[in-house]
Ligand binder design. Sequence first.
Ligand SMILES: *Cc1c(COP(=O)(O)O)cnc(C)c1O
Length: 415
Amino acid sequence: MAVSAPAGEGLDVLRRQDPQIADVLSGEARRQAETLQLIAAENFTSPAVLAALASPLANKYAEGYPGARHHGGCAYADAAERIAVERATALFGADHANLQPHSGSAAVLAAYAALLRPGDTVLAMGLDQGGHLTHGSPANFSGRWFDFVPYGTDPATGLIDYEQVAALARHHRPKAIVCGSISSPRHPDYALFRAIADEVGAYLIADAAHPIGLVAGGAAPNPVPYADVVCATTHKVLRGPRGGMLLCTAELADRIDRAVFPFTQGGAQMHTIAAKAVALGEASTPAFTGYAHRVVEHARVLAAALSAEGFALTTGGTDTHLITADPAPLGLDGRSARARLAAAGMVLDTCALPHGTGRGIRLGTAAVTTQGMGAPEMAGIAALFTVALRGEREATARARAEVRELTSGFPPYGG
Ligand SMILES: *Cc1c(COP(=O)(O)O)cnc(C)c1O
């Protein structure tokens, strides 16, 4: 089988002991290899990252921080976390980093816990405009415990309406302003957000869960010089293990650390922190800089090709790894487009459209670029979209066969 490379030996052990779960895992490995992973938040970690995740550090309890743990036997746990923190602060130019958040959402929770009291007012992008659940959804702790005021985008350009942000800030005097989105293909103007926050005495929290990997590769502006706290994930473009990360000023370091442990989390996942260190090491190399720039270039090529195929692109294009598009001109809404593409082996998300009527589609180029695909493949993918979106049985089967052919040339974990 072409996809046994990651944790190959471990999988053999698992197969002998528990064939049922081994089948599930090899089925998923095959699915990832034989379909196109276009979900904007996904990527393929390196075999080295997977090796760290599968290491016995997974067994270690290490509540607290290096040099100040609530458990014995933490020498190697401390070493792993110190290396991860050093690599993160050096890579992003931050005074302080906390690598313990279990996820991007846990990082945002800790940022709020460090800076806010329940009931405080927070200004963030509306969920219908591209804000994340942690930016004030009533179904999330954020909407339940804080008073969120949403800002939006300009209908003409699809870009953040900074005049509205400033006006809302002056009127509501929020304790914090959040910038960052799950679906915007453009970067926030961090300097402008900083100026607005300063004017009203608010903290600026940058939720850079999506673009932090582009920041690492020098392909996106760095929020660290502007934000009091930067929240991030480690598994999106950054290509590390599933998890979160916080970057902050020296002044806020203690508050951020205490907000993670003991306030919102217990023992850190030390194998994941070791894997984060591996990923941060990889992200510090010239090879990753090249990767990050290719990811953006590929998104631009794919966006232009989708536009030519008839999709309406939010903001008219992209500066990131991410594309948000409305398939309405093709006579489809986001949900049926996603289903037809999935039937042809092309996996992506739907998303809210700031100013459209139905839902759109959201996709990204981080994973396909990791696989080694290039600009010609991006143009080919856009053409396959058009075939698959017809929804006819024969066209779908043809697109599915072409996806199989395409992916067979770019196995994510080697042939
Ligand atoms: C992905 C994302 C998160 C949450 O990350 P999880 O690891 O899924 O919890 C938070 N904020 C933004 C803007 C995101 O894109």
